[in-house]
Write a protein that binds this ligand. Sequence first.
Ligand SMILES: [Zn+2]
Length: 394
Amino acid sequence: MHRPIIFLAVFLSAVLLALHGAQAAAPALKAHDYKMAGDRQYTRIVMHFDRAPTVNWFLLRDPNRLVLDLPATEFSFDVRELAPRGLVTGVQYGAVDEARARILFNAVGPFSVEKAEVMQNENSDGFRLIIELRASSNADFDAALRASISKPASSPVRDIVTAKKRFTVALDAGHGGADGGARGINGTVEKTITLIFALELAKKLEETGYYDVVLTRETDRFLRLDERVRIAREKNADLFVSIHADAIGIRNMRGATVYTVSDRASDAAAAATAARENLSDEIAGMVADDGQDEVEDILVDLIRRETHAFSIRFARTLIGQLSDTMQMVNNPHRHAGFRVLRAPDIPSVLLELGYLSNPSDEAQLRDPEWRTKTMDAIVTAIGYFAKAKLGAGG
Ligand SMILES: [Zn+2]
């Protein structure tokens, strides 16, 4: 039997605020008067809010769970109301970061979400969220899970969302300042070419009218890897793309590679690339503690797993588009322990555009026409991803 575990929003917020040094922006939503009723076949959940909440939901399995995403929220639920009831064996809630909160419902088995709706109260101020769950089969749950992950915003709740944020892309021009990065055999400096590329790509994305773009740097300045992540998180980025150009001792090695984060490297070359890229922090005279952003918490762990699945999905989409227009290395999706890809809640990839140690790759990177073609492919990939992730961007 699960016991409800309640994470105090205040505690988790404090931890995350301390870690990221960020300020809370808009006043938090206030959630109160949680009620749950029903049996093992049908369970109804109602909670109240001081104003209309923006809610998205999705499902997770092993165990079967419903996850509700909310903006920053102050919870004042009566703990007694959270006791297991009907289909729900446990309720957890807390802050994800300074801007977001999450509620998890553990279920006794597979279920379907019959209703997830925000209603304005008729006889009092405020709004209420009504969720109706009905017992279902494993097959039905799995089908709903796939649908909810690929289109998390498709619930009826979406209908009352008023302030729809644009899909925000964080572009991270690798290196900068004292950290020059790799050096091309004809003198191209990685920090310069990554900045040119990021600025041009930002312009292209903004011109579509579908995206907000966050640049971690717009000038030749040094940034630690965790600062790059922090900038993206502060701006609520939906996707993080770190732009690089590698260099190695093998002169004829060429082509682009897309990396996602992993504790275990896919291969020795990926591990070596991650080690080179992680050197950025050592240039600043400080080595970031790999464990510093690890909050041992089930919520953060869940978010990490969900985010990682999205990172892999974007990496594949990006490779699909890029391989039509440019040369890629063999097995172009690789993974390793890149510190800059550690945002727990933002799908993140690192794109090595090519090898500055190869004269052809270096020449391409300096060619505005080649860059335009490459960027068009990236913009297309971001478009597919944004549509799949948020239903935004199109
Ligand atoms: Zn680099």
